[in-house]
Write a protein that binds this ligand. Structure first.
Ligand code: KG4
Ligand code: ZN
Length: 348
């Protein structure tokens, strides 16, 4: 059945992605073109290179996804695209493509907040997941705890005052010469190391403030490497353990302050990390809550989560398409009422 199809487009960082998701949570087709090779020589995502790569890839990618699903644009019910936050050149490529497709096919445009895509992605994978849930959103650009009360109802309980968790993994990988992208490489190397072999700080552990901080941990990793007395595997393992301890401590604090939750949920690229998943699963059990983590492919940036956010918006009684002149936003907090915190925001 091909009813209720939403086309999703994602281009806010270094993945060009398109997907078709139907109203019954089926990912009918999806493609992701990674740009890792283009950015690897620079050890990080170069915005200008990313934007150019998106503009070359996006149209053929959308055509391929429609072809994979055996449908035409006329059979799609709505077109959803990431409109921010993210690297503005890339966001504009995806959003303008979606606008053009929406205009040409006379279908509604749905401008999706990338963070909302991550926040709702667990419900794409798990039909039983009900609101409200506590979401730990950990990616290359963000490290936040959100209370997800419903579609469009996001209350930010904590954020990072400096680096995002994925950024800390990426910087650790850079310090250890593990290349890009760093998270998976640090996780692999950490398996061979002893997490107790290198003493590293746990910033804000036990703080009465709700927020995260990873900059001091990153500097300590650099000093440990420069000292030359530890193996890279031990440094990677110690870093991962320190990061986990911080994440658990901060999330525990948020859980203790929140009532009436249905689940503890993790999303974003760092949710692919098995050690962090296992720690969060144990933490959820402490509070008698189910632990929900989307499959790995839905954790890192993808377009199925954007199409799904479009489905969730379409299903709202008061759905209104977004206007064709809606702007791409480099910064776009999910919770506009949250007090600004120094350093928190999109990837620098
Ligand atoms: O959500 P995502 O794909 O893109 C952003 O919106 O940022 O997250 C990418 C981030 C990167 O920092 C990457 O190093 C991290 O997620 N990451 C991991 C793992 N896989 C990806 N970090 C730790 N362990 C992993 N296995
Ligand atoms: Zn993301």
């Amino acid at each position: 059945m091909k009813q209720g199809l939403v086309l999703g487009i994602e281009s806010s960082c270094d993945e060009t992605a398109a997907a078709l998701v139907d109203g019954e949570r089926r990912i009918v087709a999806q493609r992701i073109a990674s740009q890792d090779d283009a950015h690897r020589p620079y050890g990080g995502v170069v915005p200008e290179i990313a934007a150019r790569a998106h503009s070359e890839r996006i149209a053929p990618l959308v055509a391929a996804v429609l072809h994979d699903a055996g449908v035409t644009l006329a059979e799609v019910d709505a077109i959803a695209a990431t409109a921010g936050p993210g690297l503005i050149g890339g966001v504009m490529v995806g959003l303008v493509t979606a606008k053009a497709l929406a205009m040409a096919s006379d279908k509604p445009l749905i401008a999706v907040n990338h963070l909302e895509g991550h926040a709702l992605s667990p419900r794409l994978a798990d039909a039983a997941l009900q609101f409200p849930y506590l979401l730990l959103l950990v990616s290359g650009g963000h490290c936040q705890v959100l209370r997800v009360g419903g579609v469009g109802q996001y209350r930010r309980l904590a954020t990072t005052i400096d680096d995002a968790l994925g950024e800390a993994f990426d910087k650790t990988a850079k310090i250890l010469g593990l290349g890009f992208p760093g998270g998976p490489a640090v996780e692999r190397l950490a398996r061979e190391g002893n997490p107790k072999a290198v003493p590293l700080p746990r910033p804000l552990l036990g703080s009465t403030e709700p927020h995260f901080s990873f900059a001091g941990l990153k500097s300590a990793v650099l000093r440990a490497k420069q000292a030359g007395t530890h193996t890279d595997a031990d440094i990677a393992a110690a870093f991962q353990q320190a990061a986990l301890d911080c994440v658990i401590d901060r999330t525990r604090r948020a859980l203790a302050e929140s009532g009436g939750l249905t689940a503890l949920v993790v999303a974003g690229g760092v949710a692919a990390n098995q050690t962090i998943r296992a720690g969060l699963e144990a933490l959820a059990a402490e509070f008698g809550l189910p632990f929900v983590a989307p499959p790995l492919a839905l954790c890192t940036d993808n377009a199925a989560m954007i199409a799904w956010a479009g489905q969730e918006r379409l299903a709202l009684g008061n759905f209104k398409p977004d206007p064709l002149d809606i702007a791409a936003r480099p910064r776009w907090p999910l919770d506009p009422d949250a007090a600004p915190v120094r350093g928190a925001g999109v990837k620098a």
